[in-house]
Every structure is written in C-alpha cells, then in structure tokens.
Design a protein around this ligand. Structure first.
Ligand code: ZN
Length: 487
C-alpha cells in the first residue's frame, strides 16, 4: 500500500560532481538543499558504464543498469535490426532520436514514472510513463525551442528553455500534487563541457536548482503538505577535464575499413560501426551483416591486429571484448588482460529478489591486472565486487563491464578513454573542455543528497529507484540491479 499523500521530488543534477556540490553547500550558496541534507545525508554513489546522459538515467529511473534494459550507449548500432531503421541501423540519442529512447527500452522493466503515479517528468531523458503535458521539455514543440540554443552552443538560451520547463513542473505540483516528480537540470552538464566541471557557470546553475527546491517548498507549505514533500538529488554522471580528442572512427579506418559513425551514417556497405558517446566511451562493431553478435573466439583470428592496435592507442585506457554471454576480457596496454566472469548464484542467495543478488562475479588475472585491483575475485557478491573497486580509479568496473560488454546491443569492442582524452574530435556543436562516459572515478562517482537517513549505505545510483518506492510505500519489483537503502 502506498503511504497516502506523499510526494517525492527527484532532482537530476546532470553532470554535477560530488566535490562541486559539496563545496557549494559548504559555502552556504544552496540553503534549501543544505537544509534537506541536514535532515538526511549527502553521500556519493557509483553510476554506471557508460557514464553518460540517457543510459545513466536507467539506474535511478528503473533500478537497472542501462545495457540490461537495451541502452548500451548514447550511440549504438542495431546489429539485430530490431528497432533502428534502414539504411544506417544506427542510433544516436543526441538530437531528434532522443524521442525514441523510451521505446527502445525493454518493456518488462518499469520506470518510476509508471510505478509511482500520478507522475510528472521535466526534461528527463528517460521518461517512459510521462507523456504530453506530463513531460514538459519533451516533444516537438519543446525540441523546436531547444533546437537553436543546442546547435548554436547558446547556453543561456538553453537555460531559458529549462526555466520554462521548471515553471511547468511547479504548475503540476501546485495543481495536483503528483506522487512522484523528476526534474532534470541539464545546464550544469552543458556548462561543464564548455567551461569545466568546477567552473563558476556550473556553480551558478546549482543555484537554479536550489531556487527550484525553494519554490516547491513554498507550494507545499501553501497547500498544507510541507511535511509530505520529500526532496532527493542525484546526478547521472561526473566529469573530468579533457585536453585531447581522438577521432576513434579514424583509428578504425586506418585498418582499411569503411566506417559508419555519426553524423555520417549514410555509408554504402560499411565494414564497421563506431559509436562514441560521452565522449569518453565507444563501441566498435564489426562484421555488420551478422544479425547476432559474434563472441570474441569467433572474431579473434581476423580482428586481433585491430584489437591490439586499438588497445595501444594513446587515447584508449581499457578495452573489453565478450568471450561469451558470461565472460568479458578486459585489456590495458601495459597492465595486461584479465577475465571477468558473472555466474548465477545458488538459489539461497537470491532471496532479496534483485538481479545483483542473483549473480556472483569473478575477476581473474590473465596476463595482468588491467583494473589495478591488486587481487583476484572469486564468486564475489554485488556488494563485495563493488567494495573491491571502491577505492581505485574504476568504481564498480567489474559489475559494470560484465553487464554492458556481453549485452546483445553492445559493440564487439567496448572502449573506455584514457584520462585527459575523449574519442570524438569533429562534429561537436559545443567545445569539450570536460568529458565523461568512461570508467574513471571522476566520471562514474555522483552525488546523492537525501532528506532521510538511509538504513544502509547507498552504493549505486541504481539503489535510488527501489528506495524511492520504499519511501512512497510502493511495492518494489523483482529483478532490479539496485537495492533499497531504506529498511
Ligand atoms: Zn555531457
């Protein structure tokens, strides 16, 4: 049974790093958020791989890792020809195809917007369950408003559009008190790319968020439901400075291949598809006529040379291939390679109904320790695998790589960029001084602000979704990757 009269407002601070939020709270610039954190907690959790807007919304909106619900990246190639259309069979959620993201998701995985109704979404990249007026910021009329600011790189124009969305979400709070509302602030990410993740512009955009919380509180107080308004804040990904941009597609062309990559997806008989998003993460697909992905042993003889050449590229940090549906091989140019294996756990271990509870992870050195964990893992639980990676440069990498690399829509080569690098050089409307998408700590770790004290430490942004349901007294579905941190 739901708890009557509760409203949970989830704020997505797109691309806001935990340290930047913490600084601004400590400086007294965000009084409403600070008061909320005072009652609860400000902590950090790991997001997912790829750490990029769109896919990285799946954890907190669905409690699932993105590849497991059909979103292996911001851009991906539809080898199965299941949802993307002729002639390119490529997807990019940058631009008009964002409207297709909700339909690309697996139907058996519900969103918070579907479970906690009535619900409202403001500018949320993953918005299944909120349509029409319930999703300001989405649809052709909003796309027309945002088109020029986006392609001119006009960030203040973008902010004006965002403030219109904020007004619509507040209007819903005033009129009907939805049970669940999510408002995504995308300006911090846009400012971070252009000016840096800790820039004055990003910090100023946090004050827009604080003002929004203040207005929501005023509406609740006037309506007599101030005590039933809960405000949480999470981010989808972090950010890291970037100085050098590699055009990964050119790196694949060097092997004599005809390459399909955005925005030039009209290629006759392509040999490979290069799908970069973030821009510090990329998928490379080969042998495109096959509608079912081949596992690495079937590709090995023909593609070893390109595999090794890509690993050796200065811009590439980690590269992973799927040996089979349970096994990933991850490689680093100097630290060597290791195998990650995900097994099903014995039935007794799966009582909490979660997907992560149903699996065990191993990490075995092959020629080295590419993730720099310092030790192997054998049959680790989701918590143990998280803890093994928690203090290093690749938070939750074992679980994340095992999820994305063998997923049906992933590339045959999955790449995570080296520090200071990303994997796209041309065709970006906004200059990139900061980047994300990769497995690095600065890009994976995100802030989590709660106005309630959790009963166990939140680990992943995927824990947010079941916790929202718990806070609202709603049933938590089985098969999630996240676990509630409330009771
Ligand atoms: Zn971004």
């Amino acid at each position: 049974m739901s708890v009557p009269g509760q409203t949970l407002l989830l704020i997505v601070a797109d691309g806001v790093r935990p340290d930047v939020l913490r600084d601004e709270l400590a400086a007294g610039h965000l009084p409403r958020l600070a008061a909320r954190a005072e009652r609860g907690v400000l902590t950090e959790v790991s997001s997912c791989f790829p750490s990029v807007t769109g896919p990285a919304y799946a954890p907190f909106m669905m409690g699932r890792f993105p590849a497991s619900v059909g979103l292996p990246g911001l851009r991906w190639y539809d080898r199965a020809r299941s949802v993307a259309s002729w002639p390119s069979y490529a997807r990019s959620y940058v631009g008009p195809e964002i409207r297709l993201l909700d339909d690309d998701l697996h139907l058996d995985a519900p969103t918070l917007l579907e479970l906690a109704t009535p619900s409202v979404a403001g500018s949320t990249l993953l918005g299944r369950g909120a349509r029409g007026v319930r999703h300001p910021g989405r649809g052709w009329a909003w796309a027309a408003r945002a088109f020029l600011p986006h392609f001119r790189g006009d960030l203040m124009g973008w902010r004006r559009v965002e403030q219109l969305v904020v007004d619509r979400v507040l209007g819903h709070l005033r009129r009907e008190r939805p049970q669940f509302a999510v408002m995504s602030f995308l300006t911090p990410d846009k400012f971070a790319h252009a000016f840096g993740a800790a820039s004055a512009e990003v910090r100023a955009s946090l004050r827009d968020i604080d003002a929004f919380v203040g207005e929501a509180e005023t509406i609740a107080a006037r309506g007599g439901w101030a005590d039933q308004l809960h405000v949480w804040l999470v981010a989808d990904h972090g950010h890291a400075d970037v100085q050098r941009h590699d055009e990964l597609a050119d790196g694949v062309r060097e092997h004599g291949l005809r390459v399909l990559s955005h925005p030039k997806v009209w290629v006759r008989k392509p040999d490979a598809a290069v799908m970069v998003g973030g821009n510090a993460m990329g998928h490379v697909y080969v042998e495109l006529p096959h509608r079912q992905r081949p596992w690495w042993p079937a590709l090995d003889a023909r593609w070893t040379e390109m595999h090794d050449a890509l690993v050796a590229r200065e811009s590439v940090d980690l590269m992973a291939v799927a040996v089979n549906a349970q096994t990933v091989r991850v490689s680093h140019a100097t630290r060597g390679s290791a195998l990650i294996v995900r097994d099903d756990a014995p039935a007794a271990a799966t009582r909490d109904g979660s997907r992560t509870g149903a699996h065990r992870w191993s990490y075995r050195f092959e020629t080295g320790d590419p993730l720099s964990l310092g030790r192997e893992l054998h049959g680790a639980t989701g918590e143990e695998a998280h803890a093994a990676c928690a203090s290093g440069d690749y938070p939750d990498a074992v679980v994340q790589l095992a999820d994305v690399v063998p997923s049906p829509r992933a590339g045959d080569f999955v790449l995570s960029a080296a520090s200071g690098w990303d994997l796209r050089d041309r065709f970006e409307p906004t200059p990139h001084r900061s980047t994300h998408g990769a497995l690095h700590r600065e890009q994976i770790m995100v802030p989590l602000l709660l106005d309630v004290v959790p009963t166990r430490a939140p680990l992943r942004s995927a824990d947010v979704m079941p916790s929202v349901l718990a806070r609202l007294g709603l049933k938590i579905p089985d098969g999630l990757d996240g676990r509630s941190f409330l009771g």
